[in-house]
Design a protein around this ligand. Structure first.
Ligand code: SAH
Length: 337
């Protein structure tokens, strides 16, 4: 729901100022539509129905994984594809994986989103509407900006969206923004954001040479500068930065590379998430034993580390698999030939 459009529509009709808040509260609590907002006059509900689309996104397809993960493909009003995921955990947690852009202009070699065409930045409302869609299915309590796109390339809209999430039941402490280390946005995030929103860094390699090979963005913003910002974040907030490391067989997963990562990060300020690689074509995933041996190096150096649970792989809803429609991907593949 575009709340600024809502506000101007209400203003134009001469409605009292509290109306926008009333409508927003119903929406944030999962109301199915204007019709459910029973403390609004019927005529007003009908007028809103006609003038302010209840969502800025249309649902195109939705799939549910054997493990309960739900992936939804949306379209923006101007036709751009956007995917988002609801993850359901046994302990009752309900976590949303939200997209900040349609596609992504960066070209990380292991990520399916980087292989599709980049569309555009999403507005705050297009981001909030992903979350609202799932809130209408069931209560939710966590959100990660780990869907399509690079949040630090669209920081203002991402922050505006994140600031709306507490109304849906997702506090800032349970909201995480993930970045490849896009320095201009990261610096602003560290300097300016007062809310206790969590920060995650997709690192994937402990040396610049390998990282530049698998994540071209590293040529522009090398590790040393990116890590300095992460340390500054920790110094200011005392909140650890999550470090994501996707395990690529024979590429970045040797015990020596584990030791190098431990040395680079040190025992303070970071928590490492080892991510089993979800197939997107380019690589093979590391075996469980290789992941365990890598993790042992971090353990030895007292760098906190966990292996991430893979969710939704059977419906291509897992990390790095969001690529909108197969159609889109085919088109990219065809044009690359
Ligand atoms: N652009 C931001 C936000 C997206 S997060 C970022 O990269 O941080 C998406 C996460 O999934 C990142 O940690 C990314 O590295 C990881 N990922 C990408 N492709 C993957 C794959 N094929 N298997 C597992 N994880 C992957």
């Amino acid at each position: 729901m575009d709340v600024s459009l809502l506000e101007s529509a209400l203003h134009d009709r001469g409605e009292p100022a509290y109306r926008a808040q009333q409508v927003w509260e119903w929406t944030a609590r999962g109301a199915a539509g204007y019709d459910a907002m029973t403390n609004l006059p019927r005529a007003l509900r009908e007028a809103l129905e006609a003038d302010v689309p209840f969502s800025t996104l249309a649902v195109e397809t939705q799939g549910e994984s054997r493990d309960g993960t739900v992936k939804t493909l949306f379209r923006t009003a101007d036709g751009h594809p956007v995917e988002a995921v609801l993850m359901r955990y046994r302990d009752g947690r309900r976590s949303l994986c939200l997209s900040s852009q349609s596609g992504c202009p960066l070209t990380c070699t292991f990520c399916a989103t980087g292989q599709m065409a980049f569309g555009r930045n999403l507005t705050a409302w297009e981001i909030v509407d992903q979350a609202l869609h799932f809130r209408r299915i069931e209560p939710v309590d966590h959100a990660v900006f780990m869907g399509m796109g690079e949040p630090m390339l669209n920081l203002d809209e991402v922050l505006a969206a994140a600031r709306r999430l507490p109304a849906l039941g997702i506090t800032h402490r349970r909201t995480t923004i993930s970045t490849v280390g896009w320095l201009p946005g990261l610096k602003r995030f560290v300097s300016d954001v007062d809310e206790p929103i969590r920060l995650a860094l997709s690192i994937h390699a402990a040396d610049d040479e390998l990282r530049s090979q698998i994540m071209p963005v590293n040529v522009r913003y090398p590790l040393r500068e990116v890590l300095a910002e992460c340390r500054r974040h920790y110094a200011i907030t005392n909140r650890r930065v999550f470090v994501e490391y996707v395990m690529l067989n024979g590429v970045n997963d040797s015990p020596e590379q584990g030791r190098a990562l431990a040395e680079l990060l040190g025992p303070k300020g970071f928590k490492v998430n080892l991510i089993p690689y979800n197939p997107t074509g380019m690589y093979d995933g590391s075996s469980r034993t290789r992941i365990a041996a890598f993790k042992a190096q971090l353990d030895r150096a007292h760098v906190p580390a966990t292996v991430r649970l893979t969710r939704g792989r059977d419906i291509e809803a897992a990390c790095g698999q969001l690529a909108a429609a197969p159609k889109e991907r085919q088109r990219t593949v065809a044009s690359a030939r």
